[in-house]
Design a protein around this ligand. Sequence first.
Ligand code: AMP
Length: 243
Amino acid sequence: MSFTSLELIEPVMKALTDEGYITPTPIQQQAVPYVMARRDVQGRAQTGTGKTAAFAIPIIQLIHQQKMQAVSRKVQTGIKALVLTPSRELAVQIEESFATYGRYTNVKHTIVYGGVSQVPQTNALRKGVDVLVATPGRLLDLINQGFIKLHHLELFVLDEADRMLDMGFINDIRKVIKHVPTKRQTLFFSATMPNEIQKLASEMLDRPVKVEVTPPTSTVDKITQSIYHTNKADKPRMHDKVR
Ligand code: AMP
């Protein structure tokens, strides 16, 4: 299967070609058509499977097309898609993905996370964004201060839901949900689906399509061994201490 069969628009295809992507990964093959068809998706996939592109590519495409159609009409402003993720590192990676895959589109994105000054973040928000990538604490902070309004939200992505649970963010997620419209599309990703996560998924999703991929090649399989022949004299002696 190639990206062509996913019916991607030219600016997105161009960005993927730049990246050297030729074939969609299994999670992308399964999830992209459903996201484009505006279905809720429950995806069981780990990092490394290409899951970020599985939601970022169709979100970019949907928003780009919507904005192109709206050019002549009054454009509805406001955050259209929210990606909630547990850590700053993941948030940065996800925002980079939106920047990479959306570089030839008119989709605007920004990021908010805690532990740093909120001023650059609120300045970026003021300029208007379509896609917001956020960690839960700072997001709630900025919602409570009135800097973020989610009443035009169409797409809600919950990434790494099981890690959210491990990091104690489940209550924060429930608080965020209270600020987003009930009529929305929700994409829910988790590497594992323990009971509490399944319960949260059932609360958040409406007749979801379930997609699942096996983990990528395990770390052990990725380790390659090389043998170097050395002179006996060069070999470390057993009593040499490793510093
Ligand atoms: P993720 O699971 O989203 O963390 O993605 C893992 C890595 O796979 C990232 O470095 C992506 O750039 C890369 N990637 C995602 N989709 C593809 C694809 N279709 N072809 C090649 N690389 C990809």
